[in-house]
Write a protein that binds this ligand. Structure first.
Ligand code: AVI
Length: 321
């Protein structure tokens, strides 16, 4: 098995937990209070997110999978023999498997993720499932430019960033990510990006306020994580989940709302909350096809084609540089 390419030490797990403490402390001193959404994904949060993707109200995962399955032939054409597929994120998902099954002649698959251990496990599983595929995991922070394995640099490369994760970046950061992805992939590359679309507000609202309360647990897990890892004493019952669509910014905003005036301590530091005060925990931007194409152009990509479902709820963009 090929070894995992190591990331720089500052980007490894120890660094990440240091950032967690610093970002939580800074975010709770800011007004309005906020915590970056990337901290949702500890072990418990990743499991809850997996549960979200199976909820009847959470359409993005289901719809994107449908679009991929429907465009299997086009995917096979994008990924013939001798080409390398570079996935931004660990590639553990059913979506990756749909693409790898469609691209029967694909030679090389490069999942890129900061979680080195998980990445290695997933790579092993994919090697067993796709024995003729050369799986070359790279442990790196894919939001910055990174080096591809030398053998891949001489192949035509196709980037893959599904799930509308790009919607969790601020638009400026989304453009920055696409620009860095272009640098990492090199010239003459193609990029396939999943992007959730603006739609009926009731559909959006339900997707982030599911009846079973899984999204609420996912949001509140952030406080549980602070309690576990940073010696916090958040009372989870005195905060509630709020998610609503902000049409002006074209984004779902998630917040944790304090049900009462209260003081919370984290690692000996105190943070006061007024009744109704919130911690802003996530933005999930929804684009129109044209707005996303404009953003991609700004980042140096040329929109080639776009696939959507029949309701126009989700889009998959094929870009070239
Ligand atoms: C990962 N990301 C695309 C999800 C989203 O829809 O923005 C995260 C999520 N937040 C609440 N539910 C799902």
């Amino acid at each position: 098995a090929a070894p995992v390419q190591k990331a720089r030490p500052a980007e490894m797990e120890g660094g990440a937990s240091f950032d967690f403490a610093a970002d939580v402390m800074a975010g709770l001193q800011a007004r309005p209070k906020r915590i970056p959404s990337k901290y949702f994904y500890d072990m418990a949060g990743s499991r809850l997110f997996e549960e979200i993707t199976q909820l009847p109200e959470y359409y993005p995962t289901r719809v994107e999978r449908g679009i991929l399955a429907e465009n299997a032939e086009a995917i096979a054409k994008l990924l013939p023999a001798g080409r390398a597929l570079v996935e931004f994120g660990n590639g553990s998902s059913a979506k990756t498997r749909i693409v790898l099954r469609a691209a029967r002649e694909l030679s090389t698959y490069v999942p890129v993720d900061i979680a080195a251990e998980f990445l290695q496990e997933q790579a092993e599983a994919l090697r067993l499932e796709f024995p003729s595929l050369n799986v070359l995991p790279v442990a790196a922070d894919f939001t910055r430019a990174f080096d591809l394995p030398a053998s891949v640099r001489t192949m035509p490369r196709v980037g893959f960033f599904p799930g509308s994760t790009i919607g969790n970046f601020e638009p400026l950061d989304a453009a920055g990510f696409l620009h860095h992805a272009g640098q990492s992939l090199g010239t003459d590359a193609v990029m396939v990006v999943g992007v959730d679309l603006v739609k009926n507000e009731a559909v959006l609202h339900a997707a982030y306020n599911d009846a079973a309360g899984v999204t609420a647990r996912f949001n509140l897990n952030l406080l549980a994580r602070i309690n576990r890892e940073l010696d916090g004493n958040f009372d989870l019952d005195s905060f509630e989940h709020r998610a609503s669509f902000d049409r002006r910014h074209s984004r779902i905003e998630m917040h944790l709302v304090s049900r009462a005036a209260q003081r919370v301590s984290i690692d000996g530091y105190s943070f006061d909350f007024a009744e109704g005060e919130t911690i802003h925990t996530e933005n999930s931007y929804k684009y129109t096809v044209d707005a996303f194409r404009a953003l991609a152009r700004e980042a140096g990509w040329r929109p080639i084609s776009v696939w959507t479902d029949s309701d126009g709820w989700f889009s998959i963009h094929v870009l070239a540089n």
